[in-house]
Design a binder for this molecule. Structure first.
Ligand SMILES: [Fe+2]
Ligand SMILES: [Fe+2]
Length: 263
């Protein structure tokens, strides 16, 4: 785990802006630039839930990096399947780092904001499906490798959430969905390609304060996994530039329940 240092901000609720599926390219640069330029007024922390580019070209990530560079706000991200399309995910992450965007690839990071320690466990997640229609660990080695890959993502999420267990605010940041609750609106026949129930296992074990994902462009914003709040912040779903959360709670040791509001 690593720490992203940031000075404590002024009093007031901690404001988190989240979005997935920004799908940046030179074609929509102006639109994305306008959206991100408003962030300093509305957010203390930005979380990006993957599919930052259209086709995974580092040049597309460089566009987003240029847009993010002037922003003096911690920005954490995971990559999505589009960001891996050209098999240049590492270059995408490096390009984003030039703009101050920290890509969490099966890792966790913390930052201190408003006197609170915020921990973000990031993993892309993977496919596999949900109860009643999920990929088994059986048969051809190619299919078993898909199963194994999802297991590696789930294990990394587990380790990340363990690493931030002591934080005042604990967030799981994914691209693929850990529940079908936030997929409602998508054709049920493709749920297996939109996420996996296996990603819910570490979430149930650690019960983070907030789970974010994207990927399902036609899904539903809000859901839960046995009471743990899950938000699909895919831009086509939220139908705005960012979904804003406000955390007005006291440090974890002093509070009875999290007060996390949608702003
Ligand atoms: Fe997407
Ligand atoms: Fe995606």
């Amino acid at each position: 785990m690593s720490t992203h240092p940031h000075p404590d901000s002024a009093a007031g609720p901690l404001r988190i802006a989240a979005a997935g599926d920004v799908h940046v390219s030179p074609a929509n640069r102006g639109q994305v630039e306008t959206a991100f330029s408003r962030l300093p007024e509305s957010a203390d922390l930005v979380l990006l839930a993957g599919d930052l580019t259209t086709h995974g070209e580092p040049e597309q990530a460089a566009v987003l990096a240029e847009i993010c560079r002037p922003l003096d706000i911690p920005i954490f991200a995971v990559l999505g399947n589009h960001d891996w399309h050209a098999e240049r995910g590492d270059e995408i992450a490096a390009a984003l780092a030039q703009g101050g965007v920290r890509v969490l690839d099966r890792e966790a990071a913390t930052c201190r904001l408003h006197g609170l320690e915020v921990g973000v466990a990031g993993a892309k997640g993977f496919v596999g499906g949900f109860e009643g229609s999920s990929l088994p660990d059986f048969g051809e080695s190619l299919l078993r490798e898909v199963y194994a890959e999802c297991g590696r993502e789930a294990d990394a999420l587990d380790r990340g959430l363990e690493a931030v267990a002591g934080c005042d605010l604990r967030i799981a940041l994914l691209h693929y969905a850990p529940t079908p609750a936030t997929l409602q609106g998508e054709p049920p026949g493709i749920f297996a390609f939109l996420g996996s129930r296996r990603l819910a296992e570490p979430i149930l074990r650690h019960r983070p304060d907030l789970v974010l994902h994207g990927h399902a462009h036609a899904g539903t914003v809000e859901g839960t996994i046995e009471g743990v709040p899950v938000f699909n912040v895919s831009v086509p779903v939220i139908q705005r530039d960012f979904w804003l959360f406000e955390h007005a709670g006291a440090p974890r040791a002093e509070r009875e329940g999290l007060r996390l509001h949608t702003a």
